[in-house]
Design a protein around this ligand. Structure first.
Ligand code: PBG
Length: 353
């Protein structure tokens, strides 16, 4: 018959735990014990030269224009752009990626203002290359900051689609313009089919074999681009005539293999660097791409990733410096060789101590 134990069971258990000594062969904590041991086994290290700073440029002589949803990021006039580029160079950041923001009145359906010889970004490239020649200057190739509808290309005659091949004709003009201005690298962010090959051929045919191509290969139709669209004034997508969003050219966030298809096409077409964008929510894609190609892999930590860390930090919910570092470390650990990030300057400063 069952009998109540003389002492409560837990007393015996407690004594056993106090004297417990596991016979463990492996104690991974041994190498986490001190800062110097942790340093010895550290696998990923961020350096200022891992970063590319995206910069927004505007015409005129106004003061830097803050972007509400991107604290610490401004649209610069050409003089201030040059000053910012010098500061980045001094901090060891090797490259900038230039994005133009123009007045609404200058936009048209075809984004022709991007193709003029005196286009804003072309002038920006000249100014930066003249003042800071050792800095790698990359330009964004896409029409969205220049079109009234905010799409990355021109629309078909019925206005219902982004016309792939006609868009590429404009992108070629834009790329040659930037190359003539002295760009070291062009970066098509439009996601049209075949644009990398077409741009490579056009650059080579015009004597710009040295100009490299960083292809936005796996660019997803992401909601994390919101703050950027405020920055370059493309929030019009879907609000006026034209396709309601960018899902007919950017990748479906649900898809993984499709990213690899895009990357292999871009590599075949002559991309020097392939990019995954956004970065933080797509670490699996960065890893996949890293494993499938020996080309350098770039990742773009986009405006929304930047904004969410800032927003939480402003509320006191996250530690800005530590989350910034961890977010970028994770992107590099996933396999990115270089990271486009709005934190480039702050990170370079922090890393230099
Ligand atoms: C468009 C472009 C976008 C970004 C870079 N180039 C947004 C879009 O596709 O609408 C987003 C960058 C960011 O969010 O930081 N050519």
């Amino acid at each position: 018959m069952w009998q109540a134990p003389a002492r409560p069971v837990w007393v015996g258990r407690l004594n056993a735990m106090a004297s417990l000594k596991l016979d463990l062969t492996h104690r991974p904590r041994r190498l986490r014990r001190t800062p110097s041991l942790r340093a010895l086994v550290e696998e990923t290290v961020l350096r200022p030269q891992d970063f590319i700073a995206p910069l927004f440029v505007v015409d005129g002589h106004g003061a830097p224009e803050p972007i509400a949803s991107m604290p610490g990021i401004f649209r610069y006039n050409l003089d201030d752009l040059v000053t910012e580029c010098r500061a980045l160079r001094d901090l060891g950041v090797p490259a900038v990626d230039l994005f133009g923001k123009i007045d609404e009145q200058l936009k048209d359906a075809d984004g022709t203002v991007a193709l003029r010889e005196d286009a804003l970004v072309a002038r920006a490239v000249r100014a930066v290359k003249a003042a800071v020649p050792e800095l790698t200057v990359i330009t964004d190739i896409a029409l969205d900051p220049y079109t009234t509808h905010g799409h990355d290309g021109v629309l078909s005659a019925d206005g219902r689609e982004v016309d792939n091949d006609r868009t590429i004709a404009s992108l070629i003009e834009m790329a040659l313009l930037h190359a003539r201005a002295g760009a070291d690298m062009i970066s098509p962010s439009d996601m049209m089919d075949g644009r990398v090959g077409a741009l490579r051929q056009a650059l080579d045919a015009s004597g710009f074999e040295r100009v490299s191509i960083m292809a936005y290969s796996a660019k997803y139709a992401s909601a994390f681009y919101g703050p950027f669209r405020d920055a370059v004034g493309t929030s019009s997508v879907g609000k006026i005539a034209g396709p309601s969003d960018k899902r007919t050219y950017q990748l479906n966030p649900a898809n993984r293999r499709e990213a690899l298809v895009e990357v292999s096409l871009d590599v075949d077409e002559g991309a020097d660097i392939v990019m995954v964008k956004p970065a933080g929510p797509y670490l699996d894609i960065i890893r996949d791409v890293r494993e499938m190609t020996d080309k350098p892999v770039a990742a773009y930590q986009v405006s929304g990733e930047y904004a969410q860390i800032h927003a939480a930090a402003e509320r006191g919910w996250l530690d800005l410096a530590r989350c910034r570092h961890e977010s970028l470390l994770s992107i590099k650990r996933a396999g990115a060789d270089m990271i486009l990030t709005y934190f480039a300057k702050d990170m370079a400063q922090a890393l230099r101590g």
